[in-house]
Design a protein around this ligand. Structure first.
Ligand code: C2E
Ligand code: MG
Ligand code: MG
Ligand code: MG
Length: 284
């Protein structure tokens, strides 16, 4: 009856509350321990980079690679970036982690110069915090000088939301980076704010169409039209297009028909070790 129902609702409510409080405690201790684990990871160098080839859609020529971070635990397991990058952005540890990523990727790019074509690029994902640092440009200049690497060998990937945070500041920083010769790519394009309007004012070299659209190009007419429009617009503006997450030959063939310049995805190669890339470069 009604009283009974009320009693149950209250009991349930209290239980829910207790459950919720417990969840919160678990969550914040999880966050704290993740922070401590990340600190240890930085101190004990538990990070590594893997590299995924970017190839021409037409003839599968490898024109560059993207550096992707991995966190290797002492027990032999690996934690993917989606599970710690955003936490590291929140707690600030992304800055020392990014510093390590940039140094490692630039060192590796330098060592590939002896076996790679001269237009070969190593793409690095920039973190949101790093992008906001006032000394970003001078730090990069110093790092390139330290390893004697020409700026044209590096491409920086940023997301739309990093640009939208402050469009004018972003344009200023991107222009500076580009005038050094560093290439700029917009990552995960299409998943952030709608961006066709400001696209024309962004100083960029490359646009990476997010996997979620690429996945749908055989099934959905709308996604096919979207992808083909993005490619058309990019080409009008002199920007190269990469399709991310290409897994099938069907997708590759459609993207080729749509004149997409480059593809990146498991269909050609998963992210692999630096040594594996070196072998691919030597075998070509
Ligand atoms: P992203 O920059 O968009 O990188 C592409 C992601 O898609 C990578 O995941 C890659 O392994 C995955 N991928 C590529 N081709 C395929 C495919 O055909 N199928 C599927 N299912 N996946 C594919 P990963 O390495 O787990 O990285 C996830 C995200 O973490 C990256 O997305 C990037 O946003 C971030 N990230 C990775 N490394 C770094 C880093 O060094 N610094 C920062 N700040 N972020 C990073
Ligand atoms: Mg990326
Ligand atoms: Mg992406
Ligand atoms: Mg992504």
């Amino acid at each position: 009856d009604a009283d009974m129902a009320m009693y149950h609702a209250k009991a349930k409510g209290r239980n829910n509350y207790q459950f919720f409080a417990k969840e919160l405690a678990v969550l914040s201790s999880h966050r704290l321990s993740l922070r401590n684990k990340l600190k240890t990871a930085i101190e004990e160098q538990q990070f590594s980079l893997v590299y995924q080839p970017k190839v021409t859609t037409k003839d599968s020529r490898m024109v560059g690679v993207e550096a992707l971070i991995r966190w290797n635990l002492p027990d032999g397991s690996t934690i993917p970036p989606d599970e710690f990058i955003s936490a590291a952005e929140d707690n600030g540890l992304i800055l020392p982690i990014s510093e390590w990523v940039f140094e490692e990727a630039i060192k590796q790019a330098r060592s590939w110069m002896t076996c790679a074509p001269s237009d070969f690029t190593v793409a690095i994902n920039m973190s949101a915090r790093q992008f906001q640092k006032p000394d970003l440009v001078e730090n990069l200049v110093a790092l390139l000088a330290k390893f004697q690497l020409p700026a044209r060998c590096i491409e920086i990937e940023i997301t739309e939301s990093m640009v939208m945070e402050d469009v004018e500041a972003a344009i200023r920083v991107l222009s500076q980076l580009r005038s050094l010769g560093i290439k700029i790519a917009i990552d995960d394009f299409g998943t952030g704010y709608s961006s066709l309007g400001y696209l024309k004012s962004l100083p960029i070299d490359c646009l990476k169409i997010d996997k979620s659209f690429v996945d749908e190009i055989h099934g959905s007419k709308a996604d096919r039209a979207l992808v083909s429009t993005i490619i058309y617009l990019s080409h009008v503006m002199g920007v190269q297009v990469v399709a991310e997450g290409v897994e099938t030959q069907e997708a590759l063939m459609l993207l080729d028909e749509m004149t997409c310049d480059l593809i990146q995805g498991y269909y050609f190669s998963k992210p692999v070790s630096a040594d594996a890339i070196t072998e691919m470069l030597r075998d070509r």
